[in-house]
Design a protein around this ligand. Structure first.
Ligand SMILES: [Fe+2]
Length: 168
């Protein structure tokens, strides 16, 4: 599988909200910069790209491509957060308590099979979180964006699974 297969041939819905809502902004901060959010996914895959690219060029480029896809997700979530009236700092807010994003959220394993399995687990958690958010956020414009992001995360699971078969 080459790196060009990392993207789905499917456009994104407009990144818009119906009206300002700070509760929704706070909910989306979890998907943006929470432990299993897009910032973690982006930096996790970027790390894996750096440590593999000199040995496995195509695999490394696939990881980079997926990292860039996660950055686009992060961008869309950040745009939604700002439009909702929130502040896109890299933290979650619970009961007015800031929990800032931390580099410890990124797994340090360099074992390829192990990190591919971790990636699949992380994507499954992200999908569950987005499904919960779609129930919590009663704004069809936001729901459409989250549903589209879920399709990318499912595609990433397929890519990681096929690489497990390749490396075993
Ligand atoms: Fe993502």
């Amino acid at each position: 599988m080459g790196h060009n297969d990392c993207e789905l041939n499917l456009s994104y819905p407009p990144v818009e909200v119906t009206e300002k809502n700070c509760t929704y902004a706070c909910l989306l901060l979890n998907d943006y910069a929470g432990k299993n959010g897009e910032l973690t996914a982006l930096t996790q895959y970027f790390y894996q790209y750096l440590i593999t690219k000199y040995k496995y060029i195509n695999f490394g480029e696939t990881l980079e491509c997926i990292a860039i896809c996660e950055m686009r997700h992060m961008e869309m979530l950040g745009e939604l957060i700002v439009q909702l009236g929130g502040n896109p700092l890299y933290r979650t807010v619970n009961n007015r308590n800031n929990q800032f994003w931390c580099g410890y959220n990124v797994s340090s394993t360099q074992d390829i099979i192990r990190f591919l399995k971790e990636n699949i687990q992380a994507e499954n958690i992200a999908i569950k979180n987005y499904e919960a958010r779609i129930c919590q956020i009663n704004d069809s414009k936001i729901q459409k964006v989250l549903e589209r992001i879920i399709l990318d995360e499912k595609h990433h699971i397929n890519i990681f699974s096929s690489y497990i078969d390749e490396f075993i």
